[in-house]
Every structure is written in structure tokens, then in C-alpha cells.
Design a protein around this ligand. Sequence first.
Ligand SMILES: Nc1ncnc2c1ncn2[C@@H]1O[C@H](COP(=O)(O)OP(=O)(O)O)[C@@H](O)[C@H]1O
Ligand SMILES: [Mg+2]
Length: 253
Amino acid sequence: MNILINRLNENMETLRLNRMRVIFENYVAKIEKEKISFLEGLDYLIEEEKNYKKETSLGMRTKIAGFPYIKNFEQFDFNFQVSIDVQSINDLRTMRFVEAKENVIFLGPPGVGKTHLAISLGLDAIRNNYSCYYMNCHDLITSLNHAQHENRLNQRLKQLCRHKVLIIDEIGYLPIDEQGANLFFQLISKRYEKLSIILTSNKSYGQWNDIFGNTAAAILDRLLHHSTTINIKGESYRIKDKKTQMSQTRKIN
Ligand SMILES: Nc1ncnc2c1ncn2[C@@H]1O[C@H](COP(=O)(O)OP(=O)(O)O)[C@@H](O)[C@H]1O
Ligand SMILES: [Mg+2]
């Protein structure tokens, strides 16, 4: 019996059946006690292993995506932000936009939930087995600039095209020089009609000239050709929290 258990252990390790390896000894005892059939037992162990692998892979791919925080659609209060058309969000959640290589752009003032929604959509993409990568716009342009200086821009652009969904957050919060705008354009062109981008910006399209200068038109032309824009008009959720806190403080006083 011991030889059998040892060999099973070794084989499960070789085959990386990690969840099975942890639970099987106790489960064997249960099988014997409750007279569970071989088929039922095998089915249980394989189901456990499958679910564990799925969870681990989900966790790993979420980590690789590099989100600044984890929040999903269930945590978003659509009643607070009534300007958002829930039907459009549900359409996006079907992932048709990823298959069609289209872009999604969340526009609106600070605190209205642009980053939250972009992350939620990214998490949905990961759950649907698409790879996703998050960068804020400033870090992205800095990294493209570095790559350019080190003569490995093409390599960096290729890396950024490995993911089915690329989230570029906070466009327009910091100024971008001509070189930065040009590098950004190259990335957009490389993904154009091949891979999706989710963008967020606090500036309306009319103001993108102030961000990207003369390159704005060319960038917008490619970005918007196949895209959905979610224009969020409303109050900041952060301020709502502040207001609630303030009114509570007033009550206490
Ligand atoms: N409608 C909402 N329901 C729940 N939480 C929200 C909502 N809008 C924003 N938040 C929360 O408020 C904070 C700011 O939202 P965020 O998405 O970062 O704003 P921004 O539009 O500036 O990117 C986050 O913690 C986010 O989860
Ligand atoms: Mg944000």
C-alpha cells in the first residue's frame, strides 16, 4: 500500500496534479468508508484538479495584467452613474469587441469610474481566456521612450502587441511631447484592426489636440474607426464618499 501511495505521489508530482496530490489520501479514506464508486471518485478528483488549475491560471493572468486595483462590474453602482447605458456595457461584456478587434474608450471627468470599468472589462476578458495588460499612459510613453533610446523600440512594440487587450489608462492627465505622441501613434497603428485597446481619458476628443498636438488627428482616426465610446457625465464617486463622510461628521457633532 505504501509503495503504491508513494508511486502515486511521485506520478502526480511529475504530472503537476497538485490539487489531487494534496487531497487524494484523505479522499481515499472517504471512498473506502462511504463505498464511493471508482468512477465517481475519479470524476471528483479530476474535477477538483481542473477547477484548481483554472483558478491558478486566472490568478496568474490577473497578476500579469498589472491592474492598479481589482474591481469588477458587480462592485460598480450603475444607479449612481446614470449617464452610462447599461446595455452598451452588457454588449461589451459579451467580448464581441475583442473578437472584432475593436476599441473601447471611457471618457469623463475624474472619479466617475473610468478606471474601475476598464479594469472590470479587462478582468472579464481574462475570465474569457484573453490576455490583458494594463498601463497608465504616462508609464507607457516613458517605457516607449526608453526602448527608443536603447534601440529596441520594435521589440517593445511587439511585446505590447502580445496581449489581446491593452488598457491604456489616464490619457491626458500629463502633457506628452512630440516624440511621445509619435511613439504612441506607432503603438496605436501596430494594434489597429488587429488587437483591441481600452482607453480612458478625462479629455473629450476635441481636446486631444492639447494632449497630442499635430498627431492627435492621426491617432483618433485609427482609434475611433472601430470603437465604442462610453461618455460618462456625472459626479465623482470619490466626492460622493466625501459628502457622505461629511454629513455623518455633521450628524455626530
Ligand atoms: N459607480 C461607481 N460604483 C462604485 N464604485 C465606484 C463608482 N464610480 C467610481 N467608483 C470607485 O471610485 C474610485 C474612483 O473611480 P475610478 O474608476 O478610479 O475613477 P476615474 O474615472 O478617475 O478613473 C474607485 O475606487 C472606484 O472603484
Ligand atoms: Mg482613473
